[in-house]
Design a protein around this ligand. Structure first.
Ligand SMILES: [Mg+2]
Length: 392
């Protein structure tokens, strides 16, 4: 089998509930849909959210630009089943290319699963986690009051969730503490509660905030200080009683090694888009496991397509079953806490990973187990940004 053509399609997926980021309205999730075509008529599909240039450093344009630059030499004409070889070629061929590499990795796994007639999780070692416990994120892209977080945490508890994570660092430390207190006052110890500062605190603010929050039984604090400040993560670990987790600081395999060598973290946070796809993620998680660090997987706010991709990875990785996961993209877009009572029918793909009582299930069926809703692909195309096609 050979890769003949690659299509990169910018899409804007509307949010059911209007969102704001830093006070500005967001029209929808700015994502890239990729199709990898082969000479056997099998097409692999993948999607990645381009919603956070501050997170991965990538935009829809840079992702598409990378694919267009490397595909003629490294992908077109190649056997798509040689996934590790193709990913290694892209990794060696361009610096800082993880998000584009990841969406190609997704398409290649979809092709391999379809060709062999098995779900992607089977290609990755089989079904270790038939059920995936989810953790919900509160305050993504919006500033929440104590009343907001109290109401939302009660809804999540009633919907069967057992863990939540609160975004902090958007307001003052005192406002963050008030939100943490409001959650604990509402749900007691019936939900595990983590926080994520996305590197917005400086070291001194982080020290102050975390010392004040110690009494609220915080599961862990993700990225309290900016991503480059590895030594400050290590210093915080020595001074506060809340476990420290790295997200933005942990992109490359070498970053994970360095965090472990400096004894800087108690846990790690991964996204397939951040680390370069499933082939890279398996190595990444193996390093974390060797150090005994649990790994939580987040999302780039993709549709059911991105959510299915990550569900396969989490389902296949035994180590990922040791902590709750945040693979929530399709739920955030459609503003739903589950997919059974209220089936999602207006997504980029027809088959949405099942979520019920705070538990996610990876789709069955060959490949990713999802098919594109072509009508909605057309509807979601980003106006003024044409698709880029390589090969033909
Ligand atoms: Mg994070």
């Amino acid at each position: 089998m050979k890769i003949t053509k690659i299509e990169c399609i910018p899409i804007t997926v509307p949010y059911t509930r209007a969102r704001q980021i830093r006070g500005q309205p967001v029209p929808g999730s700015q994502n890239v849909l990729v199709k990898v075509h082969t000479d056997e008529g099998i097409t692999g599909i993948g999607e990645t959210g381009a919603c956070a240039i501050s997170y991965t450093g990538d935009s829809a344009e840079s992702i598409i630009g990378f694919v267009a630059a490397v595909a003629p030499k490294l992908l077109i004409g190649q056997d798509p089943l040689n996934i590790e070889k193709l990913v290694a070629g892209m990794d060696a061929g361009a610096k800082y290319s993880n998000q584009a590499m990841a969406v190609i990795d997704c398409c290649l796994h979809d092709i391999a699963g379809k060709k062999l007639g098995v779900p992607v999780y089977q290609l990755l070692g089989g079904l270790s986690n038939a059920t995936i416990e989810l953790s919900w994120v509160l305050g993504y892209g919006t500033f929440l009051t104590p009343e907001d977080v109290a109401e939302r945490s009660a809804q999540l508890l009633a919907a069967g969730y057992r863990a939540i994570k609160l975004k902090v660092g958007r307001g003052t430390v005192e406002e963050d503490i008030a939100n943490v207190k409001a959650i604990r006052d509402t749900v007691g110890d019936r939900l595990r509660l983590g926080i994520d500062a996305n590197g917005t605190w400086d070291y001194f603010d982080a020290l102050h905030a975390l010392r004040k929050m110690e009494k609220y039984d915080i599961l862990m604090c993700e990225q309290p200080v900016p991503w480059r400040e590895i030594d400050n993560l290590a210093r915080l670990r020595q001074k506060v009683g809340i476990p420290i987790c790295a997200d933005e600081s942990a992109t490359e395999l070498a970053h994970v090694l360095r965090l472990i060598e400096r004894d800087a973290v108690d846990a790690l946070f991964i996204k397939l888009a951040k680390v370069g796809g499933m082939v890279q993620a398996q190595k990444w998680v193996a390093i974390a496991k060797a150090a005994g660090l649990p790994v939580m997987c987040g999302c780039m706010v993709g549709t059911g397509l991105e959510t299915a991709w990550q569900a396969h990875f989490i389902a296949a990785s035994e180590w990922m079953g040791h902590i709750e996961q945040e693979n929530l993209g399709v739920l955030i877009i459609h503003d739903q806490l589950e997919t059974v009572k209220e089936p999602i029918t207006d997504d980029l793909v027809r088959e949405i990973p099942r979520v019920e009582n705070g538990i996610m299930y990876a789709p069955g069926g060959p490949g990713l187990g999802v098919t594109l809703n072509d009508e909605l692909v057309e509807k979601f195309r980003t106006r003024g940004k044409p698709a880029v096609v390589i090969g033909g």
